[in-house]
Ligand binder design. Structure first.
Ligand code: OOG
Ligand code: MG
Length: 264
């Protein structure tokens, strides 16, 4: 068994991100490392990123909210992480993969909030009511762990593999969106790599956001007015290689695009 402090884990994860290199999973080797401690690491890691990268929090993301993702990662519970302003990339552009260790792309539904959502018994209906608009999004996830393998607790400490996010420009009123049967077609270089519907995310993406709001309350946190929240991937995640062009078509919204290349 190792003796490793929370501060050391934060340092190691921060360094892995900045040196674009992996590190071994650790959670199983630390006696007593539980979900609360994993979220403590996440919080301190995010504080360090804000301080040292001169950025700030823009919102939240859910992870592992669909069966496709849970099966892919062998983890059977959702998690959340924090989004930072410097993780945001422009839609429709070509982006460098230089800073990714082994990035993967996922189509998600993003919610942008028009008011704070605070409390312990938040319902999906309250989430819909507090949302200014929803829009299609891509998330680039990048685990700091070797071979993209981890337990739930490792991934939580690693800010749920947060790396970058790309918001589409098609905004819709959440009350007008078919949150269950709304289809999504995910393509890589023109080929369909996955198809799904929004119900893949815990029956309805608003359920996932409500789950997170209630989880946040237990840690004295909440969703703030103006923040963006990603629902968690609607399909499996797909590895990004330089030269790749991805699209995700969302029923009722249209299509979002992202390309990736080497170089800065
Ligand atoms: C954990 C983060 C998962 C999602 O949308 O499911 C995630 C991971 O799979 O690396 O962002
Ligand atoms: Mg995701």
């Amino acid at each position: 068994m190792k003796t490793i402090t929370t501060e050391q884990i934060v340092e190691d994860l921060f360094e892995a991100q900045h040196k674009v290199q992996t590190l071994p999973q650790f959670a199983k080797d630390i006696p007593g490392f539980d979900e609360d401690k994993a979220y403590d690491v996440q919080e301190l890691l995010v504080e360090k990123q804000c301080r040292e990268e001169g950025t700030s929090v823009s919102g939240w993301k859910l992870g592992l909210t669909s069966k496709a993702k849970q099966q892919m990662m062998g983890v059977h519970e959702p998690s959340y992480g924090v989004l930072l302003k410097n993780m945001s990339l422009e839609e429709g552009q070509s982006h460098s993969i230089e800073r990714f260790i082994h990035g993967k792309l996922e189509p998600e539904l993003a919610f942008v909030f028009k008011e704070d959502v605070k409390g312990e018994y938040i319902t999906p209906a309250q989430i819909i009511q507090s949302t200014a608009y929803v829009l299609p999004a891509f998330e680039v996830i990048d685990s700091r762990f070797e071979a993209f393998k981890f337990t739930l607790l490792d991934a939580v400490a690693d800010n749920s593999s947060s790396c970058r996010y790309i918001l589409g420009n098609q905004l819709l009123d959440p009350a007008q969106v078919e949150m269950r049967l709304g289809g999504v077609v995910f393509r890589k270089n023109g080929e369909v790599v996955a198809t799904s519907t929004l119900a893949a995310v815990m029956g309805n993406p608003a359920n996932a956001i409500a789950w997170m709001a209630n989880k946040l309350a237990k840690r004295g946190q909440f969703i703030r007015k103006g923040q963006v929240v990603l629902s968690g991937a609607i399909t499996q995640a797909v590895h990004i290689e330089p030269g790749d062009h991805f699209t995700a078509s969302f029923d009722g919204f249209g299509t979002i695009h992202a390309s990736f290349m080497t170089g800065e």
